[in-house]
Write a protein that binds this ligand. Structure first.
Ligand code: SF4
Length: 232
C-alpha cells in the first residue's frame, strides 16, 4: 500500500471477518520459512507504513468462522498443517474464534502482527506470534506472547547500538527507534530481513546492511524467499 491506505482501528465486535483472500503457497520468511501453508490475508491495517508492499484494502469477503474453514478446506488439497493469519493487521478484527477452531482442528497457526493491538487468544504451543515492529512501542499485553521478532532493515536507518531499525515507518526520511525485544529475549528468535524498495541498488545496500547486522549482533538473516521464487 506504500503508506496510501486509510488507518483503520480495532473492531472486535463483529462475528464476521473481512478478508482479502485465502491462498496456498510457501511461507517465505520467519520461523516457518519454506513450509507449505495456507495464508489467510485479512483486510485493513491500523498503520500505514511507507514501505508496505502488501495489498489489503479490497475487503473482498466478510465471512464467519465456518465459512473461512470451508474455504481453507476447499483449497487444502495437500493437507498443509500450517495456517498463516496475516494482513493488514490481524489483531484489528475478532480472530479469537477462528484461531480457536483452527487449533482444535489440529492446525498450527502463525499470526503475523505489527504488535500494537491485543486480543485474548487461545495461547498454546500450536499458536506462534511473529511480531514485526513498526512503531516505537508495542502493546504491553501482547509482549509476553511474542515468540519471534522480524525487523525490516533499511541501509541508512540502522542503529549503531544494536543494528536494529531507526526509521519512522509512518513517515519517509524521518527516524525514530522502533520497539525492541526485551533485553533477555532469545536472539535466535530475532530475524532481520532487507527492505524491498523495488530499486536494485537500494535493495543491494539493504541486503548488505542486513548481512552486516546479522554477523555483528547474531540475529538470524532471512530473505523473503517467495519473492525469489516468484510466488505469492
Ligand atoms: S503494519 Fe504491516 S501491513 Fe500494516 S501498513 Fe505497516 S507494513 Fe503494511
Amino acid at each position: 500500500m506504500r503508506g496510501k491506505n486509510p488507518i483503520r482501528g480495532q473492531d472486535t465486535d463483529s462475528k464476521k471477518i473481512y478478508l482479502e483472500k485465502i491462498f496456498y503457497t510457501i511461507q517465505g520468511e520467519g520461523p516457518f520459512s519454506g513450509y507449505p501453508a495456507i495464508f489467510v490475508r485479512l483486510s485493513g491495517c491500523n498503520l500505514k507504513c511507507y514501505f508496505c508492499d502488501t495489498a489489503f484494502e479490497d475487503f473482498n469477503y466478510n465471512l464467519g468462522v465456518e465459512e473461512i474453514i470451508d474455504m481453507i478446506n476447499s483449497i487444502n488439497k495437500h493437507k498443509a498443517k500450517l495456517i498463516v493469519i496475516t494482513g493488514g493487521e490481524p489483531f484489528r478484527q475478532n480472530i479469537t474464534p477462528l484461531v480457536d477452531k483452527l487449533i482444535n482442528l489440529g492446525f498450527k497457526v502463525q499470526i503475523e502482527t505489527n504488535g500494537t493491538l491485543f486480543l485474548a487468544l487461545p495461547w498454546s504451543k500450536d499458536l506462534t506470534i511473529v511480531c514485526s515492529p513498526k512503531t516505537i512501542s508495542l502493546n504491553q499485553n501482547l509482549i509476553p506472547y511474542i515468540n519471534y521478532y522480524k525487523y525490516i532493515i533499511q541501509a541508512d536507518y540502522v542503529s549503531s547500538c544494536d543494528g536494529l531499525p531507526e526509521y519512522n515507518s509512518q513517515m519517509t526520511s524521518a527516524s525514530s527507534r522502533i520497539a525492541r525485544p526485551c533485553d533477555n529475549f532469545n536472539k535466535d528468535n530475532i530475524y532481520v530481513l532487507p527492505m524491498d524498495e523495488f530499486d536494485e541498488i537500494k535493495n543491494e545496500r539493504n541486503i548488505a546492511a542486513c548481512v552486516s547486522v546479522s554477523l555483528k549482533y547474531g540475529y538470524k538473516f532471512n530473505l523473503q524467499i517467495h519473492k525469489y521464487a516468484k510466488i505469492e
